[in-house]
Design a protein around this ligand. Structure first.
Ligand code: FAD
Length: 291
């Protein structure tokens, strides 16, 4: 089922993002996690795509397995990094032939060691071009695109980024899934501005439950997410007590989600970093309040 239909039928829709593991044993563990997660009735799961297609096979294998063997609706991430149009076409062909109905069209980050994104000469420079290609080629796919409530890190300012996002949606994006953020005011300002620009597709906020202080310090500068001062101070105090950080992170994420769902968002997309305990606890709590 297409995510746009999933959102229509199951409000709120909870979705979880995973990355393809490196080993067979970790993949087996991920399949076990996905089987357990099914009991929480997520709307869909998504599987990320590594730089330069480094996880191409893993991404395809996991979305196919999740959909066919576990019965979870699945979305494949796809980036333009290093790929020619023909390579992208063969990936899209394989997705569609495998019965996958959802993809998130991304440009991708520059590969490690490079500061600037350099497109493949026969490929795409921006996600809006990939989105348009999927549409023009008439693939029967629901296409999500990425949005940035704090603006994309390469963008000179938020409005420039959000104008490009409007173009990306006009190129064929069916819904927006956002980058993670820790202060809902960023999301509300972003959502208002997109609506003012005439963008009326569903916008699903992305939430990362904090479970590790040091990890969060590494991740946030890469995604351009601000850690609010109070959150940072609180985490600093408990940084070496993993269970305390976990509890604090879950409580903070629940507070964010309750506020977002009360505001009327169609769902929440959870960044699990392949550690699903926190997300399971959060969804269980939210289900009790919102269904
Ligand atoms: P674009 O929409 O192309 O935007 C990139 C930059 O260019 C922005 O600054 C934008 O303002 C600007 N821009 C956009 N269009 C144009 C245009 N036509 N002309 C000029 N400038 C333009 N990365 C991965 O490698 N793998 C993943 O699986 C992955 N999944 C993600 C999932 C989500 C929900 C999100 C929010 C991000 C994800 N990313 C992933 C990260 C993403 O690839 C990076 O943030 C990347 O730097 C930008 O990708 P994009 O699709 O937003 O690019």
């Amino acid at each position: 089922m297409k995510i746009t239909e999933v959102i229509e039928k199951n409000r709120p829709t909870f979705s979880l993002e995973f990355f393809p593991p490196k080993t067979q044993a970790e993949t087996a563990q991920l399949y076990q996690t996905l089987t357990e997660i099914k009991t929480l009735h997520p709307g869909f799961i998504s599987v990320t795509y590594g730089a330069g297609g480094s996880t191409k096979d893993g991404t395809l294998e996991i979305v196919k397995h999740a959909k066919r063997e576990i019965g979870l609706e699945s979305m494949a991430h796809l980036t333009c990094v290093g790929h020619s149009k023909n390579q992208i076409k063969s990936i899209l062909d394989e997705l569609v032939e495998s019965g996958i109905e959802n993809v998130i069209a991304l440009r991708g980050d520059p590969p490690k060691g490079e500061t600037r994104f350099i497109p493949n000469p026969d490929g795409f420079a921006h996600a809006n071009e990939l989105t348009a290609f999927i549409r023009e080629s008439s693939y029967p796919l629901c296409v999500a695109v990425a949005g940035y409530p704090e603006g994309h890190i390469e963008s000179p300012d938020k409005d420039t980024d959000w104008s490009y996002l409007k173009r990306k949606v006009r190129s064929g994006g069916d819904l927006i899934i956002t980058q993670l953020f820790f202060d809902n005011d960023y999301f509300y300002t972003f959502e208002n501005k997109m609506r003012e620009k005439g963008v009326d597709v569903p916008i699903i906020p992305g939430i990362l439950p904090i479970t590790n202080y040091h990890q969060i310090l590494r991740i946030t500068p890469i995604c351009g997410a601000t850690i609010p001062e109070k959150l940072m101070n609180d985490l600093e105090r408990i940084q070496d007590d993993h269970e305390a950080v976990h509890k604090y992170g879950v409580a903070h994420a629940i507070e964010q989600c309750v506020d977002l769902l009360s505001h009327g968002v169609p769902g929440i997309h959870f960044y699990t970093l392949n550690k699903s305990r926190a997300t399971r606890e959060i969804i269980t709590k939210l289900r009790a309040e919102f269904t």
